[in-house]
Design a protein around this ligand. Structure first.
Ligand SMILES: Nc1ncnc2c1ncn2[C@@H]1O[C@H](COP(=O)(O)OP(=O)(O)OP(=O)(O)O)[C@@H](O)[C@H]1O
Length: 323
């Protein structure tokens, strides 16, 4: 039954391109109605994992299954809806032709396109050739093509890039409706905070390994870091000498400091720079948690195979409490 069976399972997936190891033993499970965000830096292995899941590549080791079926088989791929930026459109076709064509390829009538075009606000554009669409409109056509067959799993690659705020919100609303009906979603994105808002689970990949697999809240709460934002006259050297600095950054003319012990750091900072202003301390967000992980950080979440490495900046390890 689709309601009890995992929609996607990957076990011990390994893949290399010649000498380059893209996946070094990945396990993943996505259940019906779940939205899983696949995060990680460039070259982490996200696209390779997705290509294996949708049957564009064959595993060299390990298995991947969609509802128990092999994605290399066309019958299994019918259960998938895929929207990838790299998929091109035949520019001579109209929006309506593309979406109804996707319906027919999925074994449905062409008219199945009608409600999906309506849902995505594409009805008025149905007769327009794709070549004449904006980037955001093309994104919506991709999504319509992926949704029209009512797939068990939607695989979306950077789906909201190029969408304005309203279209973005609308997009997540549409997905929420589909998820409530049991559609699972696997989404790759670099928009970490956006994924924190919509995903049930976040899977962080780096160097072909799963470094973390858990809810956004879990990942953030296991990172005891705080972010101190401040305007200060201290130079880089002075900042680095503050106690408990894990990471330094700059945004909008302010300095951001990652630390596990903001009180200790602030005592010294206020002493060394009486002109400190615009001071703010906040919990780390998902973005910081992911950066900490993929920056040589520690394993977070229920991933037994995840390596536990010393965290640090510039190869330094840091003291600090393990709050
Ligand atoms: N066709 C290919 N030939 C050789 N190496 C490849 C090929 N495709 C990917 N790789 C390598 O495999 C590794 C994983 O790449 P992959 O595209 O899966 O990462 P990614 O997480 O999707 O990255 P990005 O965020 O940049 O899209 C990288 O080191 C990449 O250079």
């Amino acid at each position: 039954m689709a309601t009890t069976q995992a929609v996607l399972t990957a076990e011990g997936l390994r893949y290399r391109y010649g000498e380059t190891v893209a996946l070094a033993g990945v396990d993943l499970r996505v259940d019906p109605g779940e939205c899983v965000a696949l995060l990680g830096p460039n070259g982490a292995g996200k696209s390779t994992l997705v290509a294996l899941a949708v049957g564009l590549l064959a595993p060299q080791q390990g298995t991947v299954r969609i509802l128990g079926g092999d994605p290399l088989r066309a019958t299994t791929r019918r259960r998938l809806g895929v929207a990838q930026q790299t998929l091109g459109f035949p520019n001579t076709l109209t929006v309506g032709e593309l979406v109804s064509g996707a319906a027919v390829r999925g074994g449905l009538r062409a008219t199945a396109a009608v409600p999906v075009l309506e849902e995505l606000g594409l009805t008025d554009l149905a007769r327009r050739r794709v070549a004449k669409l904006s980037g955001g409109q093309k994104q919506r056509v991709q999504l319509a093509m992926a949704l029209v067959t009512e797939p068990a799993l939607l695989v979306l690659d950077e789906p909201t890039v190029g969408l304005d705020t309203q279209a973005r919100r609308h997009f997540w609303e549409i997905l929420a409706r589909r998820r409530a009906q049991g559609t699972a979603v696997l989404v790759t994105t670099h928009l970490i905070e956006e994924s924190a808002a919509v995903a049930d689970r976040v899977v962080v990949l780096d160097h072909g390994r799963v470094l973390a697999d858990g809810s956004p809240q879990e990942l953030v709460s296991r990172l005891p870091d705080r972010t101190v934002t401040v305007r200060t006259t201290l130079d880089q050297d002075g900042l680095e000498r503050l106690p408990g600095v894990l990471r330094l950054g700059r945004e909008h003319g302010l300095v951001t400091i990652q630390t596990r012990s903001p009180e200790d750091l602030l005592r010294v900072l206020l002493d060394r720079d009486p002109q400190v202003s615009e001071l703010r301390v906040r919990d780390a967000g998902l973005e910081e948690a992911v950066v900490a992980l993929t920056d040589g950080g520690e394993a977070v979440g229920p991933s037994p195979s995840a390596p536990s490495r010393a965290r640090g900046t510039s190869g330094r390890t840091h003291e600090g409490s393990t709050a």
